[in-house]
Design a protein around this ligand. Structure first.
Ligand SMILES: Nc1ncnc2c1ncn2[C@@H]1O[C@H](COP(=O)(O)OP(=O)(O)O)[C@@H](O)[C@H]1O
Ligand SMILES: [Mg+2]
Length: 279
């Protein structure tokens, strides 16, 4: 079976604590995510992205429908550890994810909870900190680090659990451009090493780096395809108040002036390379 994740007609409703009112956050979503792939999920605020992510990690369980992670049905209680072991999650705010006062203890927290034996934990902590280029900071207090560095610690914590898949929920939203590009470089290299990546983001340039883009809108999937396909739906994206990646918009305007830019050019490097042939 080549599906890392399979979602079958997922419906998720919250019940509001204060009013008891039901909020229909996911209204029937089905898709599968192939092992080893890199999928970006975008959509405006409130479209259900975080709710979907938490259903993949069994932090929330379907109101109806099914979520399978590595073949494990998340609704079956006995599968909880296998689900969490298979799919780790990294959230937006690094401060809410850091639990220890020393970096290396924080990274050890996940594998400790999985019951991994101590020599193996040591190995995993060192390896994970090296993977995010934070090994030299292993004895530091997380609160002394920058937002980008803290997010890299949170990612190391996820890697240390040796998951097959990592779901990132807007991991760069609170970071400066430098922190953002460092985190994106790590996400790309994890995917190159075979980890299935699901990246929720509101940065279109980040989504353009994925193999596949899924657009959520009001609890349903609105568009799903390669970045080239999805970003060619400029009118629909605008209607959802979503940006179009700068190179895609530039290509559209150049085409309107008779310069024939190929449809598969969606990132800046490719655009520069193509335009330089015109000299
Ligand atoms: N704990 C909650 N209780 C009630 N409603 C919630 C809760 N969390 C999210 N919602 C609602 O569910 C919908 C989807 O939210 P969310 O998944 O956070 O969207 P996104 O991550 O795309 O911004 C929104 O209408 C939001 O207000
Ligand atoms: Mg969210």
């Amino acid at each position: 079976m080549n599906d890392m994740i399979r979602i079958d007609d997922l419906v998720f409703k919250y019940t509001r604590d204060d009013t008891g009112e039901e909020v229909n956050a996911i209204k029937g979503v089905s898709f599968a995510i192939e092992k080893g792939s890199f999928t970006a999920i975008i959509g405006r605020n409130g479209s259900g992205k975080s709710t979907l992510a938490k259903n993949i990690n069994a932090l929330l369980l379907p109101t109806s429908g099914f979520v399978y992670v590595n073949g494990y049905n998340t609704s079956i209680q006995e599968n909880l550890w296998d689900v969490r072991q298979s799919a780790a999650m990294v959230f937006q705010n690094p401060d809410n994810q850091i639990v220890s006062s020393i970096v290396e203890d924080d990274v050890a927290f996940g594998p400790e909870n999985l019951g991994v034996e101590s020599a193996e934990i040591r190995r995993r902590v060192d390896e994970s900190l090296k993977a995010v280029n934070m090994y030299h900071n292993r004895k530091k207090a997380p609160h002394m680090l920058s937002g980008g560095q803290k997010q890299r610690i949170a990612i190391a914590g996820a890697i240390a659990m040796k998951p097959d898949c990592i779901v990132f929920d807007e991991p760069t939203a609170m970071l400066d451009p430098k922190g953002r590009s460092e985190v994106m470089a790590i996400i790309n290299s994890l995917n190159e090493e075979g980890i299935t990546v699901i990246l929720i983001t509101h940065f279109m340039e980040e989504a353009a780096e994925a193999d596949r883009v899924i657009i959520m809108d009001d609890g349903v999937v609105r568009l799903d395809g390669t970045p080239e396909e999805v970003f060619s739906h400029a009118d629909e994206l605008r209607e959802m108040n979503l940006d179009i990646p700068m190179p895609v918009e530039l290509a559209r305007r150049l085409r309107a002036r008779g310069i024939d830019i190929p449809a598969d050019i969606i990132n800046i490097e490719e655009m520069v390379e193509y335009l330089c042939q015109y000299r």
